[in-house]
Design a protein around this ligand. Structure first.
Ligand SMILES: *Cc1c(COP(=O)(O)O)cnc(C)c1O
Ligand code: SF4
Length: 316
């Protein structure tokens, strides 16, 4: 992560892109900086300003234009925040914001304005206390930011503390690191997963088949061998994966490596991400076409995060 690219000029130079892209990017970074790990950059096609991996992380001047209905807390996480980094929106599950850092700055991220300073690693103790004191919480979700930006020692402590809560029945980890920097899946991480007695679910985030290369395949295989079930969530993104072909390739590649296409998310209406939005009607049509072409288990549920609902709302 220390080697990641943070300067629009450098990104443009590295990928041999037109200079005006750097000008637009320099405006776009105002609210949310550029951050692209070199391992992800290596999968982008030089000279292609429409590369589906590039578009996910490339700041654009449009991000600074206000759009009606696009706000800073689109999914009402602040309301669900219980203090010490614990979010409880859905019955039976509690989501812990383990660490505020991510291994990339995805421009469409609903957490781009999240007040991360509400939480901090030192407060896990209180969060875990809350989880332990409420037997209705059966599943702990480690999220962020990206929990794998934490070192293996701290992560191991956290997983062990979770495991020692007798009422907890499942552990889930939401991370994009196996995709962004697959080398993060160290032997230590695989071992700590393997040692955990709880059923383990690891939810990754891939939006386009081209994100999956040999290193990613290897990282996923190691996680699976440690006994974790791997699921994917993707976000429906304009010009990135809003075609039957792109989604079919994504889902086919996922099932090939044993990853369940779990969710396709409708974009959360976060300020700065308006240019990524695909109309829900188009999303439904895409899912219908996928159903006509793929086995049922390869078609993700198309969902939206609607504030105040007891679960993600299924759109198709
Ligand atoms: C999405 C989400 C979950 C998990 O929902 P599932 O439908 O079980 O994947 C849990 N907590 C919060 C705050 C969420 O946003
Ligand atoms: S939370 Fe996920 S989507 Fe958002 S910036 Fe981090 S890795 Fe990207």
């Amino acid at each position: 992560m220390q080697d990641a690219i943070r300067d629009p000029q450098e990104l443009v130079k590295h990928l041999d892109l037109p200079a005006e892209i750097a000008v637009s990017a320099a405006v776009g970074v105002r609210d949310f900086g550029l951050f692209v790990p070199r391992e992800f950059l290596a999968r982008m096609e030089p000279g292609n300003p429409r590369d589906p991996l590039l578009l996910q992380v490339l700041p654009r001047s449009e991000e600074t234009l206000p759009i009606a209905d696009f706000g800073t807390d689109p999914v009402s996480d602040s309301a669900a925040h219980e203090g010490h980094g614990l979010l409880r929106k859905y019955p039976g599950r509690a989501l812990l914001v383990v660490h505020e850092t991510c291994a990339a700055h995805c421009r469409y991220c609903f957490r781009r304005h999240f007040p991360y300073d509400l939480s901090g690693p030192t407060e896990w103790h209180d969060a875990l206390q809350t989880v332990a004191s409420d037997p209705s919480i059966e599943e702990l979700i480690l999220s962020g930011g990206d929990p794998l930006t934490l070192g293996d020692d701290r992560l191991s402590q956290l997983v062990q503390s979770a495991e020692s809560i007798p009422t907890l029945r499942r552990l889930r980890i939401h991370t994009r690191l196996p995709i962004l920097i697959p080398q993060r899946i160290t032997t230590e991480f695989v071992d700590l997963l393997q040692r955990c007695r709880l059923p383990k679910f690891l939810v990754v985030h891939v939006n386009h088949a081209r994100e999956i290369d040999d290193q990613v395949r290897d990282a996923i295989a190691r996680i699976q061998r440690a006994g974790a079930m791997v699921l994917n969530q993707a976000v429906l993104l304009r010009e990135i994966n809003d075609s039957v072909q792109a989604l079919r390739e994504l889902c086919t590649e996922l099932i090939r490596i044993g990853v369940v296409p779990y969710y396709l998310h409708q974009l959360d209406r976060v300020a700065g991400a308006g240019h990524f939005e695909v109309p829900v009607e188009r999303g439904r049509q895409l899912i219908q076409e996928l159903r006509d072409q793929l086995p049922g288990y390869a078609v993700p549920r198309y969902v939206a995060d609607v504030p105040g609902q007891a679960a993600k709302v299924v759109l198709a």
